[in-house]
Design a protein around this ligand. Structure first.
Ligand SMILES: Nc1ncnc2c1ncn2[C@@H]1O[C@H](COP(=O)(O)OP(=O)(O)OP(=O)(O)O)[C@@H](O)[C@H]1O
Ligand SMILES: [Mg+2]
Length: 387
């Protein structure tokens, strides 16, 4: 059975989240050989389907478990409101308990009446089934029962990075500098896997703080490959007929032409890194004029290193290594360059951020700088451990 050829009713429903571009959805080519296929296989316990990547060696058989709608309804107590974890552009996410496999899971129930949702569901199942990395959310299985489409993921107990950066309740713990760098480095590693280890490369397309989920000890994992597509091979670039992504994270060339490259993900990563450092949202219309768009606000500040401390999240209360701040902002500045060719490879970003994350800083090591200060010495002050 070829999953990429599944069709659905055209829908007039628009996605809830803000999107860029109105071009029609690319129709699957009926005759083209799809890169991925789903085969039937019967296991000892219950019928299972295995997803195989025929374009690779053929030896990789990575199974995604199938669930009935009834099983998932029981797991979420009939999708009770108090099991609701959140809602995104494709539908609602519930916390559930699958007694059969003795695991707590997150179940994403896709809106039923959208062709986009259905197609993205199938893509997501295939992509996630093939991709495995410690910094990617694991897909446990899925349900395609009647017109129901659900995805079953490992449950990420600390929620999304967005939940820990923005609109915090007063009693919620602020992320410290070390944790922020650890999250940034882990997210970069997940992206590096998609860009450099997956074959063919995968362009993520929707990297943002709400798609970086956190496990125990703030271990980050990238989620939502519903928008991902198999990336370009060789020197060809992929021109998508449907420009998607979330406003504020989208690389300028992608927004304008729909041209999709690995470097558009690097741009989105730069925006996420800026959010991590500054505590500001990618787009925040409640801020003063000129500060709505994070990158537009940051660009002039990047030109003057003395202004870097003004960019640090006030919630850090000056508790960060000055040198680390400079370096992290330098990485972010490179990632959000206008010209895609000027942006670094994600592998180099990983190297830089892994180094920054390895530099653990105790509060005593800080030199007492405060992010509200408007001027600082041109040379970053060295802390005890900056080495
Ligand atoms: N595996 C998971 N474990 C725990 N919570 C999750 C999981 N997946 C999603 N969530 C929660 O559900 C919320 C909604 O996720 P969802 O992916 O549907 O929306 P989104 O990320 O805001 O937007 P988008 O649809 O563009 O991805 C997330 O912000 C997160 O808090
Ligand atoms: Mg998401």
């Amino acid at each position: 059975m070829v999953w990429f050829l599944c069709s659905g009713e055209p829908s007039t429903k628009s996605r809830k989240k803000e999107q860029i571009g109105q071009s029609p959805v690319e129709e699957p080519k009926q005759k083209a050989k799809p890169p991925l296929e789903v085969k039937r296989q019967v296991s000892a316990n219950k019928p299972r389907r295995e997803v195989s990547d025929e374009s690779s060696s053929g030896s990789e058989h990575i199974a995604a478990q199938t669930f009935t709608f009834r099983e998932l309804a029981i797991a979420t107590r009939n999708f009770r409101a108090d099991c609701l974890l959140g809602e995104g552009g494709f539908g609602r996410v519930y916390k559930g308990r699958l007694d059969g496999i003795n695991q707590t899971v997150a179940i994403k129930q896709l809106d039923r009446n959208g062709l986009q949702g259905n197609r993205e569901f199938l893509v997501e199942v295939l992509m996630l089934s093939l991709l495995h990395h410690t910094n990617l959310v694991n897909l446990i299985g899925y349900c395609a029962d009647g017109d129901q489409r659900l995805l079953v993921y490992e449950y990420m107990p600390l929620g999304s990075l967005e939940d820990h950066l923005h609109d915090l309740m007063p009693d919620k713990r602020r992320l410290d500098w070390n944790t922020r760098m650890k999250i940034a480095a882990g997210a970069a590693k997940g992206l590096e896997y998609l860009h450099d280890k997956a074959n063919p490369p995968v362009i993520y397309r929707d990297l943002k703080c709400s798609n970086i989920l956190l496990g125990e000890d703030f271990h980050p994992k990238l989620s939502d490959f519903g928008l991902a597509k198999l990336g370009p091979v060789g020197d060809k670039t992929h021109v998508s007929t449907r420009v998607m992504g979330t406003y504020g994270y989208c690389a300028p060339e992608y927004a304008m032409t729909g041209q999709l490259t690995l470097k558009s993900d690097v741009y989105s990563f730069g925006v996420v890194l800026l959010e991590i450092i500054t505590g500001r949202k990618a787009i925040d219309n409640s801020r003063a004029p000129g500060e709505h768009n994070l990158v537009a606000w940051a660009r002039p500040l990047f030109k003057d290193r003395r202004k870097f401390p003004q960019m640090a999240d006030p919630m850090l209360q000056g508790q960060y290594p000055m040198r680390g701040l400079y370096q992290a902002l330098a990485v972010a500045a490179m990632c959000v360059q206008e010209q895609p060719t000027m942006r670094p490879l994600i592998a180099d970003v990983v190297t830089a951020l892994t180094y920054l994350a390895s530099q653990t800083h105790s509060p005593e090591a800080y030199t007492g700088h405060n992010s509200s200060r408007s001027t600082t010495p041109a040379t970053p002050s060295r802390t005890r451990r900056d080495g």
